[in-house]
Design a protein around this ligand. Structure first.
Ligand code: OMP
Length: 276
């Protein structure tokens, strides 16, 4: 999926929302537990309900791997379901991978050859040779962690070099010199929205994956004000705030309402910026 495809999708849906599929057996409605595959049944209902309001889905691997083969099978079924029924939606495997070259090669194969996702989140801290195996797949995206939404991002990402450059700024600047850097997106937490201007000074044109609205307290308005470029350039994720809005039999309809509320705010931002 190219950035042009993404922008078309954003214009068509009037949205740049990503619905996070952080599916937890303990949190899904009890009536689904009688299904053969409750995780997939939940995802399917959430996907069908929210697809009109979003442009991307982001299953986080931790939630699936924690359930062993049963969880992995639900992950694969989920990806296949989105591919088959909503082929224009970007699928992000949130895996936060990255290792020595030959191991990253295996990770890349598992997501892009065996699995058919469009993008994978990758940690930059082992450097270029740990990321380049993911960048060998044309039309696939590598989403590098730049400035994450959690408190611990202060520990390393906000460290400053003698000339005042933050470590996350260095990640942005150096990674832009790598081969196929046009296939890079970056994670910047919505809770760090005040830093988005600094991010844009280094990567004015890149797409940013922005998690941390909703449950983590980040605000969509500040993200749009500081991070939106003239091609939108944003994919904003919400997981718990949408998928667990309700735990009754009406969970999917309530998830759709929550997604639509966010989409509505995004639509205003896109109009104000002249993108739609
Ligand atoms: O890479 C991510 O998606 C990510 C990066 C980050 O800095 N912060 C962050 O919350 N995430 C992920 O985004 C999702 C946020 O979930 P909610 O807080 O429930 O909306 C989770 O899957 C996190 O793992």
């Amino acid at each position: 999926m190219t950035s042009k495809d993404l922008l078309n999708s954003i214009r068509e849906k009037r949205s740049f929302l990503c619905v996070g599929l952080d599916t937890d057996l303990q949190k899904i409605p009890k009536h689904l537990h009688k299904e053969d595959d409750p995780i997939f049944a939940f995802n399917q209902a959430i996907i069908d309900a929210t697809a009109p309001s979003c442009i991307a889905f982001k299953p986080n691997l931790a939630f699936y791997e924690s359930m062993g083969t049963f969880g992995l099978s639900a992950f694969i079924r989920t990806v296949d379901y989105i591919k088959e029924h909503y082929p224009q939606h970007l699928i992000i495997a949130d895996a936060k991978r990255g290792d020595i070259g030959n191991t990253s090669d295996m990770y890349a194969q598992s997501f892009f050859d065996h699995g058919k996702v469009d993008a994978v989140t990758v940690s930059p801290y082992m450097g270029e040779d740990s990321v380049s195996p993911f960048l060998k797949y044309p039309d696939k995206w590598v989403i590098l962690l730049a400035l994450t939404s959690n408190k611990g991002s202060d520990d390393f990402q906000m460290m400053q070099s003698a000339d005042g450059e933050y470590l996350f700024e260095r990640v942005l600047r150096i990674s832009q010199t790598w081969e196929h850097s046009d296939q890079l997106m970056y994670v910047v937490g919505a809770t760090k929205a005040e830093m988005l201007k600094k991010v844009r000074a280094i990567v004015p044109d890149s797409f940013l994956l922005v998690p941390g609205v909703g449950a983590q307290g980040g605000g969509i308005e500040e993200v749009m004000a500081n991070g939106m470029n003239d091609q939108c350039g944003l994919i904003v994720n919400s997981s718990r705030g949408i998928i667990y809005a309700d735990s009754s039999e009406h969970f999917a309809a309530r998830a759709a309402d929550e997604a639509e509320k966010i989409r509505h705010k995004m639509e205003e931002g896109l109009i104000n910026k002249g993108i739609i």
